[in-house]
Ligand binder design. Sequence first.
Ligand code: NAD
Ligand code: WQD
Length: 334
Amino acid sequence: MKILATGGTGYIGSHTVVELIASGHEVEILDNLSNSKESVLDRINEIAGVRPKFFNADICDFNALSKIMREGNYDAVIHFAGLKAVGESVEKPLEYFETNVGGSVNVLKAMREAGINKIIFSSSATVYGDQGLGFYDEEAQTGIKIACPYGETKYMIERILMAEAVARPEFECTILRYFNPIGAHPSGLLGEDPNGIPNNLMPVIMRVSTGDIPELQIYGDDYDTEDGTCIRDYIHVVDLAKGHVSALDKMKTGAEVYNLGTNKGTSVLEMIKAFEDASGKKLPTKVVARRAGDVPVHCAIADKANRELGWKAELDVADACRDTLNYLAHEARG
Ligand code: NAD
Ligand code: WQD
């Protein structure tokens, strides 16, 4: 298939583009480079042997989007582009609604105009909110006690996609709810490189390991879990990328939702230990107060993706730590 990947130079997008090319798909990328670099295209070329055609464009610019889609002859869109920092979304809600919701509406309108019927959308486990279930399958309710505007945007976009699927009988929509993506490409050429001060656990661990952040703050060790720290479902980004290829092969009319996770929880202390084991170095840590909005356990039941897409996560947190360290070493060499 010929695919347009919005946000395709980003962390998850770039890994997915590599897997799509490896599976014989033709991919073009649209990104405004607000959180990624054009050099990612060379890295993709090094790994996959193809430098995807690139459009430096913004999903908020409907005219640009529409021209690209009308001229591209695409079979499908994979829509990764968006803003994703939970804390920032509390400070800049309008920017988040404008880019994530407004931008997604533009993507859908441009697709309709160009006669493109297939979309895969990057949603998030955050849509399940805080229901205290611990493990979530796709039947769990969404939209309840979502912790931040970022999460609200993902919930709203899901609702918009579902409405569009009702309005357009030929529309094929797959919503993928990612849990906690971590890790890097085993080549060391692609990985997560957030601008500014990171918030997510693995990027913080990376900066602590390089000495850019003096110590890792553990946000609470008094949760009702075995070791007192929060438990999440960390999924290797290469497994996640492969999930998109499987989803593309199995698209059908209507809107379908799949969790992409590992069915396994890892605590903050277990993650620190896994990284220390992989690097052979202790990380300086300090237990501090709980972070607002955190829940003790938030993990996937990803059986539906296994059953219907034939997809299953194959890598574990040890693989992710090894690949992250390899990426860091590669970046340090320049
Ligand atoms: P990322 O920031 O690395 O990638 C997003 C890409 O979108 C970037 O390259 C950025 O430059 C681009 N972009 C942002 N605004 C744009 C705009 N207005 N027009 C065009 N391009 C724009 O993030 P990621 O981790 O790769 O996430 C990809 C998608 O997956 C996002 O939609 C994110 O919300 C979702 N998601 C991420 C996680 C996670 O923890 N990383 C978890 C669940 C869902
Ligand atoms: C994981 C655990 C922290 C940093 C977020 C979004 C979610 C999704 C993935 C996009 C928690 C603890 C963290 C630190 C710590 N993103 N931690 N010290 O909160 O599960 O999910 O990213 O869709 O929507 O909410 O991930 O990596 O921030 O935190 O102790 O310096 O690590 O308290 O228990 P989270 P995270």
